[in-house]
Design a protein around this ligand. Sequence first.
Ligand code: ZN
Ligand code: ZN
Length: 357
Amino acid sequence: MELMRVSVLRGVHDVTVEERPVPTPAADEVLVRVGSVGVCGSDVHYYEHGRIGPHVVDSPLVLGHEAGGVVTEVGSEVTSLSEGQRVSIEPGVPCRRCRQCLLGRYNLCPEVKFFATPPYDGAFCEYVAMPADFVYAVPDHVSDDAAGLIEPLSVGVWAARRSRVGPEDTVLVNGAGPIGLASAMAARAYGASSVTVADVNAHRLQLAQAVGFEVVDVSTTSLTDADVRADVLLECSGNGRATWDAIHAVDRAGRVALVGMGGDELSLPLPRIQERELTLTGAFRYANTWPTAIDLVSSGKVDLDVLVTGHFGLSEVEAALTAPGRDPQAVKVIAPPGKQQRQAATGCTAARIDTRL
Ligand SMILES: [Zn+2]
Ligand SMILES: [Zn+2]
């Protein structure tokens, strides 16, 4: 039996590297050797708090859901992919039978099995088996990191679709983290006439500016003073106060998509929403976005590699998970298990990783 290295979250602040059998793909699955996995805010949240809302880590969990890699084995029924194909993985597999699935809104499937959401393991490991129709070929000029970051870009594409971003729309993106920047990139690709990104982090704003967006540092200048008026607000800050302010920058008949996760409750300026007939919508993950997102990257309309600020190996997952909190310059950090040498077998199946930082 072939073994692989797996990074396992055992509890709050407790990540170990273990060896587990390499999965065998079912008839409709492919086996993917993971080349790159982006670290997401949700991974950090599980590591720091052991839960996100109702999702509690009560047994060992493999984190990571932004994965790209190479197909190394193909199930007997799979015709869409072959060995050696470079791919991006869509990390949630819905039931395909419920009403939401049948209506095409499979992101709302109550039975979805989503990577790194308890009890389903994610991709901080060397190999994952996945139904072939949730694994998408990427061209060779798209990097492994970008193949993984198709996932956060998909969140942006979905946000742009939910808020119907189109030509002539001015878009305000609140929050310049990876999801904010990916949403801004998606909004521009969807034809927005201007995209402004607001945040309080000077490094992230610098990056947003370098990628060609208008920026407002809301720690020094209010959106009103900066004269921002938006047809669409993509709220990616997860910050209640910032959301309140940003809604005031939305023009009549504007649309607001709530993308970022923040507190459980939010105060809203109701008279503003009523008098201006604003439309507010939630945006949860994505459905049918991978082909679009891959197209945006492979055509050069979106460059995801600019978001990457650090690489960590599989045995450094703890350092990767704490990087965003330690380093204000960190935007998207990557854990690339594929580029890691396999440790020599020691007869020991689990080793506590010591990360003195
Ligand atoms: Zn993510
Ligand atoms: Zn379903």
